[in-house]
Design a protein around this ligand. Structure first.
Ligand SMILES: *Cc1c(COP(=O)(O)O)cnc(C)c1O
Length: 403
């Protein structure tokens, strides 16, 4: 084998081996074995308009003609910055990077640089990419110090990251009142990497209040929810303004991207304006930005898509009604069938799902031509390319494979 585990990112591994994709368009993946699959994974979130959408393709082709990497500023950067900050009330300024991981890493460093404090708090089971400060084992609880969730992460680094359960304001309050050295609380406003797990009414507003009272920055990791829950992501959907936000996935139109942004006085700390270092050869590259501009403009011009997709995921959820082995959750174009009596409200509850049952179900769905993310703990996505026809096929498959 030439590649560790045969995959470029671990979630793509499927025992005994994953299928390989030859091409993709609209809602479909075509495998090297000649199968056509309806894709409900959509590359784990970025492909809001489906695969190879003509509008994004045209933007990329147009940019290719003018070169794809300049190493100098270009008009696309302020243009896209203006679009994205204009959509997000929590963003006065923005810096583009090349991945969501880079964005959260930079936002956390910035929070430390701004506050002068050392620790961060994250939500147990929340995912913020693959860097050391956020690879902390879940289940270590609120009051203990974090322990590494990966070999090679220094225990002294993980110990700077505390965790609280999602949807638990009291745990956050207690943790903050016991620890004075906290720079930021970072969370996915909707837990997308183990769900979706939805915020209880008032949770996000409570988080805002508590972090403000303790003088701790609130970072919304909107890498999934940005432009997924609607224009302006979770901060607009739930009406809660974070100090810093991170974006990725959808804003690149399917090309690599990340971004972090927030209040002006904080963002002015970023180099070269300020002392917090952030840099990247491919940061703000014209190819990703042109795809991103095309994506965001399309969403602005087709705002109805959010309601349409919400209706479609609801249809899928309705197809599972009366099924006794679990429960469905939907939010906008995100959906999931959990093999658990009630939808989980946090990581510990999510872990109670019957993963063996999920695996059998997943195999059956694939045989019927539906590709779901190969984990009980990954959100399923619909895109603008999923027509009523595909949704019907998905619903029929859910009914057949869950019975
Ligand atoms: C995907 C994801 C990341 C990491 O983004 P990459 O582009 O894969 O580095 C960070 N945070 C959240 C919430 C994500 O879903």
């Amino acid at each position: 084998m030439l590649i560790p585990g045969g995959v470029s990112s671990p979630v793509r591994a499927i025992a005994p081996y994953p299928f390989y994709t030859r091409s993709a368009s609209g809602p479909h993946l075509r495998t090297v074995d000649g199968d056509e699959l309806i894709d409900c994974c959509m590359a784990y979130g970025p492909l809001m308009l489906g695969h190879a959408h003509p509008v994004i393709k045209a933007a990329i082709l147009d940019q290719l003609e003018r070169g794809w990497l300049y190493g100098t500023p270009a008009p696309l950067e302020p243009a896209f910055a203006s679009l994205v900050t204009g959509d997000h009330p929590g963003m006065d300024m923005i810096r583009f990077v090349s991945s969501g991981s880079e964005a959260t890493m930079a936002a956390i460093r910035l929070a430390r640089g701004f506050t002068g404090n050392k620790e961060i708090i994250k939500v147990e089971g929340g995912f913020h990419g693959a860097h050391d400060g956020v690879l902390v084992k879940a289940g270590s609880g609120a009051t203990t110090l974090g322990i590494p969730d990966s070999a090679g992460v220094l225990p002294e680094v993980a110990a700077r990251t505390r965790q609280v359960p999602y949807n638990d304001l009291e745990a956050l309050e207690v943790t903050l009142s016991r620890n004075r050295d906290v720079a930021a609380f970072i969370l996915e406003p909707v837990m997308g990497n183990i769900g979706p797990i939805l915020p209880k009414p008032g949770y996000l507003a409570g988080v805002r209040e508590i972090t403000r009272a303790h003088d701790v920055l609130l970072i919304f990791d909107e890498v999934i929810t940005g432009y997924r829950l609607g224009i302006g992501g979770a901060q607009v959907h739930y009406g809660v303004r974070p100090d810093l936000s991170t974006l990725g996935k959808i804003i690149g139109g399917g090309l690599p991207i990340g971004a972090f942004g927030g209040r002006r006085e904080i963002m002015e700390m970023v180099a070269p304006a300020g002392p917090v270092y952030n840099a990247g050869t491919f940061s703000g590259n014209p190819l990703s930005l042109s795809a991103g501009v095309a994506m965001v403009k399309w969403l602005h011009q087709n705002r109805g898509i959010y309601r349409t997709l919400e209706g479609k995921t609801r249809e899928v959820a309705e197809a599972t009604e009366g099924v006794r082995c679990g429960s469905a959750v939907t939010l906008g174009s995100m959906f999931k069938f959990f093999f658990r009596d009630y939808p989980p409200e946090n990581y510990i509850e999510a872990k109670e799902c019957d993963t063996a049952a999920f695996r059998i179900f997943w195999d059956k769905m694939l045989k019927r031509g539906i590709f779901l993310p190969p984990s009980q703990f990954e959100t399923n996505f619909l895109s603008a390319a999923h027509s009523e026809k595909e949704v019907d096929t998905i619903c029929t498959a859910y009914r057949a494979c869950l019975s």
